[in-house]
Design a protein. Structure first.
Lengths: 404, 134
C-alpha cells in the first residue's frame, strides 16, 4: 500500500495511465507536436485532428455539440471567461448577477471584481443541506438580472444542485445560466441537450486528466455571446486566444472518453467504498456528515468530529492525504466559509475533514483510513477540554468564551 | 505545513495531560480561548503550602502548536513559584518550539492560560492584593 493513502480526489486526481500515454504521444519530433493552428503542412493538420477528436470526446460525455466546447487553462479560467465575458457582453440589459455563498473562489472573486466595476451581485445562502434550491433563485430574480452562476457539485461537501430545474427558470426569464461543473463530469450524468445551461466550466484534473487544461461549454442554440478575456490570435472562434496545447487537450479528451465508458460502474464502486468507510466510523459519538447525505456525489464525505480540531486531526493522520475544513493554517483562523454558510457552528466547522475517494482507492485503503481516523479522534478527545465538558454534561453553547 | 521537531514531540507525546480537581483549594484553573476560534486550553496548577507549583495538568482543543505550547508550559511551571510562573512570556514558548508567525497566537494563548491559572489560585488563597501590587 502506498503511503500516505490518497483520499483527496476532490483536490486533484492522478492522471490515468491511459491518459498519460496518449499525452506523451503529442510532444516529440516523432510524435504529434505540431501547432494545431498551422494550416500549411501535415504537422499542423495532424495536431488539429487530435484537438478536434478531443473536443468530440469532451462534448460526448456531456451530450453537447463539439463546436460548443472552448478550450481554456482550467475551470478557474472558464469561470472567469463565462462570468466576466457574459456580464460584459450583456450589461446593456442589466447589471444584476445571482450566485451563492458556497461557490468556488474562482466564481466568488470574479463576482467581487464585477461588483467593483459597478455590477450588483446577490449571494444566495444554501439551505442547511448545502443545496441552493430553484425557488431561492426565482425569488432573487429581478428585472435587471442578466446572469445566474451556480455550481453543479460543491467541492467541499459534494452536494449536487438541481441545475436542470434552475436552468428552466433562467431560460423562461432569458437570464444566462452559468454552471461551474469542475467537480461533476464523470461522477454524475450531465446532459446539455436536455439541461438549459448556457455556459458550463470543466476541468481535466478532477477527472484523471492533466492539470492546466479545462473547457468552457458555450451554448449555440440559443446562442450565447461572450466578450473575450484573452486577446490574440483569435483561436477558439475569438473567445480564447492562445496556442492550443495539444498534449493537454488530448489528455482531457481521453480522460472524458474513459469517464463516459466507465462512469456507471465506477460510481457504484466508489459509493460502496464510501459506505464501507462511513460504516466503520459512524458509530462514534458526535460524528456528523456535513451537507446532504443523499444528494451528493459518491466520492465525497465531509465529516465533523466534534470536540477535536481539524488541523491537529490531520497532524495525527499523517498516513492519510486528506483536507481539513479548518483554515487554521492561514492567519485568519477562519473555518471553512462553505460550512459556515450551511449554518454549521464554528466549533464543528473547525472539526471537519473532507475524505474524497476515487478511481485508485481500494478497500484496504478505506479500512486502514477508518482505523486511523478512529484512533486519532479518540486520542485527541482524550486531550480535549471540550470533550471533558461534553462528557460532564456541560452545554458548550451556554458558556461565554473569550473570543481572541 | 512543516512543524518543528519539538512541536511534533510534544504533540505525539504530550506531557501532563489530565485534570486536577478544580474545586480543591490548592488548585488553580485557567481556561482560555474559544471553540469558534479553533482553540481552547485548560491549564491547571497545584501549589504546595509555600506557593510552589508541585503539579500541572492540561487539556487543549486546538492545532498541534496549541497542544505543544500547553504541554511545554506544564513542564516549565512545575517547581516554579506563582510569581515566576506568571512571568513566563509567550515569546519564550514560541522560541523554544520554533513556532512560525501564523502560530504565535498559540503561545499567546498559553501565556494567557498560565496567567489565568495563577490568578485563580491567588483568588482562592485571598492574595488579590498582592497580585494587584505585583
Amino acid at each position: 500500500m502506498k503511503l500516505p493513502i490518497y483520499l483527496d480526489y476532490s483536490a486533484t486526481c492522478p492522471v490515468d495511465p491511459r491518459v498519460a500515454s496518449k499525452m506523451a504521444e503529442q510532444l516529440t519530433m516523432e510524435g504529434n507536436f505540431g501547432n494545431p493552428a498551422s494550416r500549411s503542412h501535415l504537422y499542423g493538420w495532424k495536431a488539429e485532428e487530435a484537438v478536434e477528436e478531443a473536443r468530440r470526446q469532451v462534448a460526448e460525455l456531456v451530450n453537447a455539440d463539439p463546436r460548443e466546447i472552448v478550450w481554456t487553462s482550467g475551470a478557474t479560467e472558464s469561470d472567469n471567461l463565462a462570468i466576466k465575458g457574459a456580464a460584459h457582453f450583456y450589461q446593456g440589459r442589466g447589471k444584476h448577477i445571482i450566485t451563492s455563498k458556497i461557490e468556488h473562489k474562482a466564481v466568488l472573486d470574479t463576482c467581487r471584481q464585477l461588483e467593483r466595476e459597478g455590477f450588483e451581485v446577490t449571494y444566495l445562502n444554501p439551505k442547511e443541506d448545502g443545496i441552493v434550491y430553484p425557488e431561492q433563485v426565482a425569488e432573487a430574480m429581478r428585472e435587471d438580472t442578466i446572469l445566474v452562476s451556480l455550481m453543479h457539485v460543491n467541492n467541499e461537501i459534494g452536494v449536487i444542485n438541481d441545475i436542470a430545474a434552475i436552468g428552466e427558470l433562467c431560460r423562461e426569464r432569458k437570464v444566462i445560466f452559468h454552471v461551474d461543473a469542475a467537480q461533476s463530469p464523470g461522477k454524475i450524468e450531465i446532459d446539455l441537450a436536455e439541461m438549459k445551461v448556457d455556459l458550463m466550466s470543466f476541468s481535466a484534473h478532477k477527472i484523471y486528466g492533466p492539470k492546466g487544461i479545462g473547457a468552457l461549454y458555450v451554448r449555440r442554440k440559443p446562442r450565447v455571446r461572450l466578450e473575450a478575456q484573452m486577446h490574440g490570435g483569435g483561436h477558439e472562434r475569438g473567445m480564447r486566444s492562445g496556442t492550443l496545447p495539444t498534449h493537454q487537450i488530448v489528455g482531457m479528451g481521453e480522460a472524458f472518453r474513459i469517464a463516459k465508458e466507465e462512469m456507471a460502474d465506477e460510481a457504484k464502486r466508489i459509493l460502496a467504498l464510501r459506505d464501507r468507510f462511513w460504516s466503520q466510523i459512524s458509530d462514534m459519538e458526535e460524528v456528523h456528515i456535513n451537507g446532504s447525505a443523499e444528494q451528493r456525489v459518491p466520492g465525497n464525505l465531509n465529516v465533523s468530529f466534534a470536540f477535536v480540531e481539524g488541523e491537529s486531526l490531520i497532524m495525527s493522520l499523517k498516513d492519510l492525504a486528506i483536507s481539513s475544513g479548518s483554515a487554521c493554517t492561514s492567519a485568519s483562523l477562519e473555518p471553512s466559509y462553505v460550512l459556515r454558510a450551511l449554518g454549521v457552528n464554528d466549533e464543528l466547522a473547525h472539526s471537519s475533514l473532507r475524505f474524497s475517494f476515487g478511481r485508485f482507492t481500494t478497500e484496504q485503503d478505506v479500512d486502514t483510513a477508518a482505523k486511523e481516523v478512529r484512533k486519532a479522534v479518540e486520542k485527541l478527545r482524550e486531550l480535549s477540554p471540550l470533550w471533558d465538558m461534553y462528557k460532564d454534561g456541560v452545554d458548550l453553547s451556554t458558556i461565554e468564551w473569550a473570543a481572541h | 505545513m512543516a512543524y518543528s521537531d519539538k512541536v511534533i514531540d510534544h504533540y505525539e507525546h504530550p506531557r501532563n495531560v489530565g485534570r486536577l480537581d478544580d474545586k480543591a483549594d490548592n488548585v488553580g484553573t485557567g481556561m482560555v480561548g474559544a471553540p469558534a476560534c479553533g482553540d481552547v486550553m485548560r491549564l491547571q496548577i497545584q501549589v504546595d503550602d509555600n506557593g510552589i507549583i508541585e503539579d500541572a495538568k492540561f487539556k487543549t482543543y486546538g492545532c498541534g502548536s496549541a497542544i505543544a505550547s500547553s504541554s511545554l508550559l506544564t513542564e516549565w511551571v512545575k517547581g516554579k513559584s506563582l510569581d515566576e510562573a506568571a512571568q513566563i512570556k509567550n515569546t519564550e514558548i514560541a522560541e523554544e518550539l520554533a513556532l512560525p508567525p501564523v502560530k504565535i497566537h498559540c503561545s499567546v494563548l498559553a501565556e494567557d492560560a498560565i496567567k489565568a491559572a495563577v490568578k485563580n489560585i491567588r483568588e482562592k488563597r485571598g492574595e488579590e492584593a498582592e497580585q494587584a501590587a505585583g
